[in-house]
Design a protein around this ligand. Structure first.
Ligand SMILES: *[C@@H]1O[C@H](CO)[C@@H](O)[C@H](O)[C@H]1NC(C)=O
Length: 215
């Protein structure tokens, strides 16, 4: 019948054109199939950039971003440590009473920095005072006094001075402690230590810096 052959020849033409197009652009079907995925990706990425809080990724377990106030507060002050001669001392209580501002922070970081070169700050056992005495003795063995005069060049300030510099470099001048809900979040057996390495009493200055979000 003439109508059927007309339809047949139409299909034939369309098929020929399709084959021609596929021949010219072999990647076309893949491109067409990928279009919906592309559109989805685009939608999500534009959403992310339209709202700045969405850019910050939140690992599982942390507070939901909507409830976090991103504004942060800085606080700084200097206080002195009780004057001590050589030894290791627990100063957690002294730090807390010198810094009532810790209570103002919901979440934050306290940095303590001692401005001297012959003492140190550390975090260590808060219970048995033997640990503090053993630490001082161990450091004396690591950096002994130069009684025979053949270990160090620097001796102008006395036998105890150069060992004090070495111990100070080994232990460090600062500690950083997390603040959680207005308290120092240290472990049950942890305390803040001030290690004095000079033989005679010295008064040491500490710069305390707090950064965090207030309560
Ligand atoms: C935070 O500390 C306050 C007291 O300062 C207490 O009432 C509250 O329960 C604490 N919140 C958490 C989550 O520990």
């Amino acid at each position: 019948m003439p109508t059927t052959s007309l339809v047949d020849s139409k299909y034939f033409t369309v098929t020929c054109v399709l084959i021609l197009i596929l021949g010219l652009f072999p990647g076309l079907p893949q491109f067409l199939l990928g279009l919906p995925l592309c559109a989805l990706k685009l939608a999500f990425s534009t959403r992310q950039f339209s709202s700045p809080s969405n850019i910050v990724t939140c690992p599982t377990g942390c507070a939901p971003l909507d409830s976090v106030d991103m504004s942060s507060s800085w606080f700084q002050k200097t206080f002195t440590l009780p004057s001590k001669s050589r030894g290791s001392y627990l100063i957690t209580d002294h730090v807390e009473s010198s810094l009532p501002e810790i209570k103002d922070y919901k979440v934050g970081i306290l940095n303590l920095f001692v401005q001297h070169t012959s003492c140190a700050l550390s975090l260590n056992e808060n219970w048995d005072s033997d640990v503090r005495e053993d630490m001082s003795d161990a450091l004396d063995r690591i950096a002994p006094e130069d009684r025979k005069g053949n270990l160090y060049r620097h001796s102008a300030e006395g036998l105890d001075d150069m060992p004090a510099h070495i111990k100070s470099a080994l232990i460090g001048a600062s500690v950083t402690i997390p603040i959680t809900n207005g308290t120092l979040n240290i472990g049950t057996w942890q305390g803040i230590w001030y290690l004095e390495f000079r033989a005679s009493k010295h008064t040491r200055k500490v710069v305390a810096t707090i950064q965090g979000e207030k309560r």
